[in-house]
Design a protein around this ligand. Structure first.
Ligand code: DX5
Ligand code: ZN
Length: 246
């Protein structure tokens, strides 16, 4: 499997001091990426923050020197109409734009012309994200079968292939939920076919569940409450990394 990448979810950080929390998590606690959960109160039943906040906290963390390098802002877009926000997030300093498969076909709540432009297939959306100079990820909710991904991963058009797949191990919307081991066969199926793919898991991960996720083949590990709720976040981050590398 590709290298282990630990991406703490700042959803569980103290929002009143988000900038310092971000820099501390990368520079002191040794996180690789920061996982930034964007929720619109529509695609998921919760609201977090948008591009203006991402832009403000971006300056607290060094930009990655390589495409997947340390400090990558991994924006998990739990929003309807994901195409509409690519440019704003690019400007804000997002490095990896990970949209939900289930939202990629969603209509825009705007004019008919805008609607037809925003109604896009996952492959087209991935190309659009790449054309904007960002890495592209595609996420699946627990109820979506992994089979929807095969055509996308096999696309003959290189620019329409994702840089990462995210398999949700909770129903998106909130931190601190119980890990769903039922989602791991999706990870295993992906890993069997794609030894080099970045496969991210998100939801309920921590010292108690990392073994199963690593065994299934996940290499990009999101953890919110397990990292920010810990006495020693650095210790949790290195334990997660060690388990994936073993
Ligand atoms: C859930 C978010 C997750 C969340 C994970 O909708 O996508 O990234 O922050 O939190 P924990 O690790 O606490 O389950
Ligand atoms: Zn997330």
């Amino acid at each position: 499997a590709p290298q282990a990448i630990i991406a703490p979810s700042i959803l569980s950080a103290d929002f009143a001091v988000l900038g310092p929390e971000c820099s501390k998590t990368v520079n002191e606690h040794g996180a690789d990426w920061l996982h930034v959960d964007i929720m619109d109160g529509h695609f998921v039943p919760n609201i977090t923050f948008g591009a203006p906040v991402v832009g403000k906290i971006r300056s607290h963390v060094d930009k990655p020197s390589t495409p997947h390098g340390k400090g990558t802002f991994d924006c998990h877009m739990m929003i309807a109409e994901p195409k509409k926000w690519v440019r704003d997030f690019k400007k804000a300093g997002c490095d990896l734009y990970c949209f939900h498969y289930e939202a990629a076909f969603s209509d825009a709540s705007c004019s008919p012309e805008e609607k037809s432009e925003l109604k896009t297939s996952p492959g087209e959306l991935i190309r659009y994200i790449h054309d904007e100079g960002l890495l592209a990820g595609i996420a699946l909710k627990p109820d979506t079968p992994v089979d929807v991904l095969w055509d996308i991963l096999e696309s003959p058009i290189e620019k329409e292939k994702p840089d990462m797949v995210l398999i949700m191990t909770v129903h998106p919307g909130f931190g601190g939920q119980k890990f769903m081991a039922s989602e791991l066969p999706k990870v295993a199926a992906l890993r069997e076919k794609y030894p080099d793919l970045n496969i991210e898991v998100d939801g309920g991960l921590g010292p108690g569940t990392i073994d199963q996720a690593a065994d299934a083949g996940a290499n990009v590990i999101v953890a919110g409450s397990a990292v920010f709720g810990a006495k020693d976040p650095g210790e949790v981050i290195s334990l997660l990394r060690k388990t994936v590398e073993e």
